[in-house]
Design a protein around this ligand. Structure first.
Ligand code: SF4
Ligand code: SF4
Length: 126
């Protein structure tokens, strides 16, 4: 990641089956406590780097529902672990390999996206 789904989401789940990384789950399947929205697993999202437009964004009918988050790389390990501990994300824990935090599982990301835009959770636009 990654991208983040916000409170603007209307839970239509149009994006769930479009994700090539099976990173998106409906609110009913979300790993976080008391989920209200469709959820993106940051440890799986590859930002659709091989596509012109992220697949989730391409089908989403709701402006502002999908925003940028930080790249899922070791530099942001602390950032994601903090959000995991706060319950914003629930990063997968493997019995033997441990938690799939950025330092253990780097994911591809779009280098063209400005870091300030990511920090500001800017809605995707293409
Ligand atoms: S950007 Fe691509 S990989 Fe990431 S959640 Fe959206 S569809 Fe899945
Ligand atoms: S397509 Fe957009 S509005 Fe629908 S569930 Fe996904 S993020 Fe939410």
């Amino acid at each position: 990641m990654s991208i983040l789904i916000t409170e603007e989401c209307i839970n239509c789940d149009a994006c769930v089956d479009e994700c090539p990384a099976t990173a998106i789950v409906s609110a009913d399947d979300s790993p976080i406590d008391d989920p209200e929205f469709t959820y993106v697993k940051p440890e799986k999202c590859i930002e659709c780097v091989d596509c012109s437009v992220p697949k989730c964004f391409d089908v989403c009918p709701t402006p502002g529902a999908i925003v940028w988050d930080m790249p899922y790389i070791s530099e942001f390990d602390e950032y994601y672990m903090q959000r995991h501990n706060e319950g914003i994300y629930k990063i997968r824990v493997h019995k033997k390999k441990g938690i799939f935090s950025p330092i253990n599982q780097t994911r591809p990301f779009r280098e063209v996206i400005d870091m300030q835009d990511r920090l500001n959770y800017k809605p995707l636009e293409f």
